[in-house]
Design a binder for this molecule. Structure first.
Ligand SMILES: Nc1ncnc2c1ncn2[C@@H]1O[C@H](COP(=O)(O)OP(=O)(O)OP(=O)(O)O)[C@@H](O)[C@H]1O
Length: 329
């Protein structure tokens, strides 16, 4: 179990982590979600005593990281896949870690096998792709067979097969009763992996909720209807006791009703439909709504190329990217 109590980190004026209090429990995958710059890596570094908090505490199974006798046997982490000696082979990299932490040599072969790197165990890591580096980093995290695992953006650089593999690995580690804490800036990724979600923005806690609860609250399902006789359609629906809300571009949105039932109702009243489509708001949209006020770097929508000569940039610096520069200045 990992317990954070008022954890805070300032870098000069920047509040990278701002009074975070939450608990990461065993037996489930906890997703740590936030936009770029939200403070995820800083939080994880403080959990592992790689950075000193400006305030608050982190407890790993009830103790501070520094008090752990064999830290690698208690908590394994992948923070930066590139943080390894490029001149060493994968095997030797893991062997050094094992020997300096009192872990039997036989364990090195086991974890290389678990992450699928046995065939390249003798190769120097500087020739490794990002995906291979991620796998080796994960092998290092698993080396001490720890009860707690932390992964910072582990799917970065992995191909679809690798992403599938890591999802399954995390779930099986949690099924074994371990505490699995994994960061990501992609809601879609977390939706497939995590049982619980901790969401932060600009260092602050925005949500601490079960994934199922988050999905229930945020994945709104509705049917979009469009008709050339929109007003009559609205009246017919209302007459049948069905609540209607106005949607985008004059469409009608109906929640809690089956599309087929709505279509039959319209047909009975001889109303022509141009659209009858079941919709569900994506979790990614819900995440973006939740973190909207705390995104550090915004892209701007206004990046359409000029369509006509009249719209063409007339002076250096006009047109493409001007909006971006203005916001940045
Ligand atoms: N060593 C440092 N010195 C100064 N500022 C820092 C330092 N490390 C992080 N920051 C700042 O702290 C904030 C949080 O950064 P952090 O890397 O923890 O975010 P993150 O959520 O991990 O982002 P990303 O998803 O982009 O990795 C950012 O504003 C970042 O610029």
């Amino acid at each position: 179990m990992i317990e954070l109590e008022g954890l805070t980190k300032h870098y000069g004026d920047v509040r990278a982590v701002d009074h975070l209090t939450f608990t990461v429990r065993p037996g489930i995958v906890t997703g740590f979600l936030g936009p770029n710059g939200a403070g995820k890596s800083t939080t994880m570094r403080m959990m592992l005593d790689l950075d000193n908090p400006s305030g608050g505490t982190v407890r790993i199974d009830g103790r501070h990281y520094r008090e752990l006798r064999d830290p690698l046997r208690v908590v394994g982490a992948l923070l930066d896949a590139k943080a390894m000696h490029g001149g060493r082979s994968a095997y030797n990299h893991l062997l050094c870690l094992a020997q300096s932490n009192g872990i039997p040599r036989a364990r090195v072969r086991e974890v290389l096998d678990t992450v699928g790197l046995t065939s390249v165990a003798g190769k120097r890591t500087k020739g490794f792709s990002l995906g291979m580096g991620q796998r080796l980093g994960i092998a290092g995290a698993l080396l001490g067979d720890p009860r707690i695992l932390m992964f910072d953006e582990p799917v970065n650089g992995l191909d679809p097969e690798g992403i599938h593999w890591i999802r399954n690995l995390m779930k099986s580690l949690a099924t074994q009763g371990r505490t699995v804490f994994v960061s990501s800036h992609l809601m879609s990724e977390m939706a497939l992996t995590a049982d619980h979600l901790v969401v932060i923005g600009q260092g602050k806690l925005l949500a601490d909720t079960s994934m199922a609860g988050f999905i229930k609250e945020n994945s709104r399902s509705y049917v979009r209807m469009r008709s050339p006789e929109q007003e009559r359609l609205r009246e017919v629906l209302r007459g049948a006791g069905i609540d209607v809300t106005p949607g985008e571009e004059g469409a009608l949105e109906v929640e809690g009703e089956d599309a087929a039932h709505l279509g039959e109702l319209a047909a009975r009243h001889r109303i022509t439909l141009h659209e009858l489509s079941p919709q569900s708001a994506s979790l990614e949209e819900a995440f973006m709504r939740l973190t909207a006020g705390s995104v550090e770097y915004h892209a701007h929508e206004n990046h359409r190329p000029p369509e006509s000569p009249a719209e063409s940039p007339s002076e250096p610096g006009a047109g493409w990217g001007t909006d971006w520069r203005k916001k940045g200045s």
